[in-house]
Design a protein around this ligand. Structure first.
Ligand SMILES: Nc1ncnc2c1ncn2[C@@H]1O[C@H](COP(=O)(O)OP(=O)(O)O)[C@@H](O)[C@H]1O
Ligand SMILES: [Mg+2]
Length: 400
């Protein structure tokens, strides 16, 4: 297709999206919440499609025009997400809370744990991500466990790692599993929380974090939502201009220290990160954490269903096929919501005075719930990540 045709397609989808959004708002005002919720959902999907159509268009444009278009892709994605949220909220107004679409939050709190503890989660708990786990073993864990081998072959490593990938794919979980595997304490902080602090406070916070980590000798320092902290220099606030160098100097202070620190950054938006961070010697290890492919979805669903009381035939293959683009967090949410159905049946039976109110999870529960949920990651987000990988010269890893 040529550029003009692609542009036409994009405009048409965008127009449909705006119309659906307007109709949704009108239904919402009229108190027709169910109708409004499904229109918001439709608008959200259309904005997602518009973002994907714009990505198609971008690929045909001159390189110098691309950043502006990419900003538009970002805006479309965020509108799509807001509308999805709105669809869920509106459905709740109708009392249909089981239509809510949420992604499971990472378990780590907003501030770092002063006395970091070794996390319980293991590599085996993390579904899929085989290439990522191998890279982590080669670059992070084995250099600690088998230092002499790395010295013999003159392989230099520093403990820096950047995990990037769509939300809910297991970045936080893998970081915790690394601390478990290396038998280290885990110190975690969300960069967006540091950035929100007052002038001067942010740097203090970073210093305190690294001091606490060093005091425990062997530690993983996990900096989540790295795009908030490490955004490109120039044109941004003083906090940024002071914070970024502070962080770099804390990381450079590594070698003079006799314990072991592993610093892991995680982000959904690696393209926003200050390139200074990505230079060799700082964060040389970039590791893509992709969405689960069909095989991994099948395994993950199987494992979750094995742990729950089910009855009757369950077509895991079909469920895995119909959850394309679902993250592991989305899948976990699906199972949780589906299980709510037999729980509610049991409660109703119990309240009615029945003796053995035992209920089981069935295929119908799973199928019905699946139809109310949508993947929380937009296709255009995946394509932006893949585009960035190409730009920084990374090979596209196998999915999973
Ligand atoms: N690869 C995975 N294997 C098993 N569970 C996962 C995986 N990815 C995500 N989850 C589930 O989703 C939740 C959120 O994942 P998280 O690691 O916080 O995602 P991210 O940090 O990439 O946004 C986890 O607590 C876990 O329950
Ligand atoms: Mg996370």
């Amino acid at each position: 297709m040529n550029q003009e045709e692609l542009y036409e397609i994009y405009l048409q989808i965008l127009q449909e999206a705006m119309q659906a959004d307007e109709s949704a708002a009108a239904a919402d005002r009229d108190g027709k919440f169910q109708k409004a919720a499904s229109l918001y959902q439709r608008a959200s999907e259309l904005y997602g499609k518009a973002a994907a159509a714009l990505m198609d268009l971008i690929e045909t444009c001159d390189a110098q025009d691309q950043p502006d278009f990419e900003k538009s892709v970002d805006r479309l994605i965020s509108v799509s997400k807001e509308l999805k949220q709105l669809a869920a909220e509106t459905a709740r107004k109708q009392g249909k809370s089981d239509q809510k679409t949420t992604i499971a939050e990472g378990e780590d709190g907003s501030v770092f744990v002063p006395e970091g503890v070794r996390p319980q989660v293991t590599f085996e708990d993390v579904a899929g991500l085989y290439e990522a786990k191998q890279l982590v073993m080669d670059e992070i864990i084995n250099p600690l466990l088998h230092r002499e081998l790395y010295e013999r072959f003159h392989i230099e490593n520093n403990g820096g790692l950047l995990l990037f990938g769509p939300p809910g794919s297991g970045k936080t979980m893998l970081a915790r599993a690394i601390a478990n595997k290396a038998d280290m304490a885990f110190f975690s902080v969300r960069c967006s929380d540091i950035v929100g602090k007052y002038f001067g406070e942010a740097e203090k916070h970073v210093r305190a974090l690294f001091e606490a980590a060093r005091a425990s000798k062997n530690a993983v320092v996990f900096l989540d939502e790295a795009e908030a902290l490490a955004c490109r220099r120039g044109g941004n606030s003083t906090v940024m201009n002071r914070l970024v160098p502070e962080l770099l100097s804390q990381m450079d202070g590594f070698e003079k220290f006799d314990g072991h620190l592993i610093v892991i950054f995680a982000t959904n938006r690696p393209y926003d990160i200050d390139p200074a961070f990505l230079r060799p010697g700082r964060l040389p290890n970039h590791c893509y954490i992709p969405l689960p492919d069909l095989k991994v979805r099948r395994q993950f669903l199987q494992q979750m269903l094995d742990e729950r009381p089910c009855r009757g035939p369950i077509d895991i293959e079909l469920l895995a096929k119909e959850t394309d683009r679902f993250s592991c967090a989305d899948l976990a949410n699906l199972i949780k919501r589906a299980c709510q159905l037999p729980v509610n049946r049991s409660i109703r039976k119990k309240m009615a005075g029945e003796q053995a109110p035992e209920e089981y999870l069935t295929w119908e529960d799973l199928d019905k719930t699946r139809k109310t949920l949508h993947p929380s990651v937009e296709e255009a987000e995946i394509r932006r990540l893949e585009k960035w990988m190409k730009q920084v010269g990374m090979q596209m890893p196998a999915a999973g």
